[in-house]
Design a protein around this ligand. Sequence first.
Ligand SMILES: NC(=O)c1ccc[n+]([C@@H]2O[C@H](COP(=O)([O-])OP(=O)(O)OC[C@H]3O[C@@H](n4cnc5c(N)ncnc54)[C@H](O)[C@@H]3O)[C@@H](O)[C@H]2O)c1
Length: 423
Amino acid sequence: MKIYKKIKIGIIGAGYVGLPLAMQLQKYFDVICFDIKKERIKNLKKKKDVTNEINKKDLKKNKIFFSYDQSSLKECNFFIITVPTPITSKKLPDFRSLKSACQLVSKNLKDKDIIVFESTVYPGATEEKLIPWIEKFSKLKLNKNFYVGYSPERINPGDKKHTIDKIIKIVSASDKKSLKIIKFVYSKIIRAGLHVASSLKVAEAAKVIENIQRDTNIALINELSVIFKKMNLNTIEILKAAETKWNFLPFRPGLVGGHCIGVDPYYLTYKAKQLGINPKIILSGRNTNDQIPKIIVNRILKLFKKKKINKFNSKILILGATFKENVPDFRNSQSLMLYKILNEKISKKVDIYDPYNNKKIAFKNLNFIDRLNYNRYDCIILSVAHKYFKEFGIKKIKKLGKKNSILFDVKSLFDKKFSDDQL
Ligand SMILES: NC(=O)c1ccc[n+]([C@@H]2O[C@H](COP(=O)([O-])OP(=O)(O)OC[C@H]3O[C@@H](n4cnc5c(N)ncnc54)[C@H](O)[C@@H]3O)[C@@H](O)[C@H]2O)c1
């Protein structure tokens, strides 16, 4: 057991996944948290987490060594890679961050070190791409000089209930000995327990299908909401009725963006296509979810006609710009897509407000406002169900609009009687 005491962990990528993981692991191990973004590391050294996942008080107490100097990883013998896995403009897996992380770790790799990947990929990616890169860059051999694990992350940013220690963690490894050490490390921090997958591929596949299942289920509910709208029926009322059956799954219609649910399906569809399979259901679900901003805009156009509002002179407000509620994460936000389409199809006077844009992130060509003004808008779209808007209250939200204004409550944050339309 002596070897376990010497474990020194290097986390590569101090983002939504890497930082909370580092915070847990530092309770039991020496941890170096590395990121290529200097600003991110400088902020963390100043005890400031712009992702809002870790508060100042907890950051002050930690003993993590934050660094953007890759030579600081030299002392580590257990690396965990938590870098982004986005898609390209052609919706293909973008492995650039993973490749550069492999390069970086390879430079610091020593005999018998372990590398665990947590970034979401498709089944087979670790063995087909990541391990060969490490072998090439380090000139070391898998299961002889170094070992590899795959342990997908299931963290849900903004969710203070399902924290990392309370979520069962899947672990897998390239051989039995390294699996034992990987289990030892994670079992220290995961109170919910570990699930050992029989191979790296099984662990990779399990993660990617978790998000595909979610994406496809939301797509189904989005499609149902379109059908029910045509029938003049309220989808939420129907869902609430259906959910009284024990095995009806509680999904809600909405905009699907972000860097996981809207992205991960393309990792598996890429692999499926390589194997000669056309993954129709997965891609059709993706396509349905991508259509939602357009559907909302078309419905708003109808409301403009009904209320006899001249769209060319109209002022529109979008409330909420992050990809989901209560997180400061704007990646692949469908509210931003909504903005773009509104701007093209309805009016050039679209304002967008989000309480999480407190850093005043500059979005190209987007009219972000800092404060809300009353009696100004012809149409208000409540796009993201932030707690902030719930607390702001429906009365005040309505007052932002002019007398005859439209309120479209995308996520049904308030009762349907208050809004002109919902999904
Ligand atoms: N955020 C989530 O909800 C979530 C949940 C489960 C799984 N995941 C997966 O985990 C992975 C990380 O996601 P995230 O949300 O934490 O991303 P993130 O963008 O918040 O953080 C990743 C960090 O890695 C850094 N980085 C990029 N390339 C690097 C490199 N070569 N070396 C060192 N640092 C590098 C970035 O600067 C960034 O700070 C992705 O594969 C994602 O799909 C994310």
